[in-house]
Design a protein around this ligand. Structure first.
Ligand SMILES: [Zn+2]
Length: 213
């Protein structure tokens, strides 16, 4: 079999299996979604959101881009975030980076790749902010692994900077923010525990209120 044939064949098998195990499975999903999670991950094919988290259809809203970035002018990300928070009412937002990220490695180098160079600049900003720590790590792999973690931490901060999260935090059930790193070699997710990291001076710099509040 070639092309998309295997995919269509797998899909038919999957439908049969699901229907056999739970005849109401598709009817239930057709009625709407109320996912608990928003997953913001890398587009890398080795980091499939559903498989590594054990979630099924209806449980996780997903946004993926190169190097799991939360760019505050990215209307794609912001639209996903606003819908997830304000309409779906997700309870947990996960920024999931992964060791061995090609986007992070490219940003750590100085080669031009074309259009993507502008996107990678956002990761170079993370390098600039954490230059003292990153430069002090002699081993390249260790340095890149730490940069992957710092990038996740900064993307969680970028979430906290958005007016979407700031406004949600004034409400009754603000979503919890999480930063995780997936280890492709081991298959394990590590919680970096960066929730509510935007405090003190940083919080004051990025704090905004709607007019009249
Ligand atoms: Zn990646």
């Amino acid at each position: 079999m070639k092309g998309i044939e295997p995919i269509l064949e797998n899909n038919r098998k999957w439908v049969e299996e699901k229907r056999a195990a739970d005849p109401d499975f598709f009817n239930r999903l057709a009625n709407g979604q109320k996912p608990q999670y928003l997953f913001i991950g890398c587009s890398d094919s080795r980091v499939p959101a559903a498989s590594i988290t054990g979630t099924g259809p209806g449980q996780m809203f997903v946004h993926r881009n190169i190097a799991n970035m939360v760019v505050n002018t990215d209307y794609n990300l912001l639209s996903v975030l606003q819908y997830a928070v304000e309409v779906l009412g997700v309870e947990d937002i996960l920024v999931v980076g992964h060791y061995g990220c090609g986007g992070v490695a490219a940003a750590a180098g100085n080669k031009q790749y074309g259009l993507i160079d502008g996107w990678l600049t956002n990761i170079r900003d993370v390098i600039r902010v954490h230059d003292a720590e990153i430069s002090a790590i002699a081993d390249e792999e260790t340095r890149l692994r730490r940069l992957v973690e710092l990038n996740v931490i900064e993307q969680v901060r970028n979430l906290a900077k958005t007016n979407i999260i700031q406004n949600a935090r004034k409400g009754a059930k603000p979503p919890r923010l999480h930063g995780l790193v997936y280890d492709i070699k081991e298959g394990l997710l590590k919680d970096l525990k960066v929730e509510d990291d935007l405090q003190g001076k940083l919080k004051e710099i990025y704090r905004t209120s709607a007019a009249g509040h």
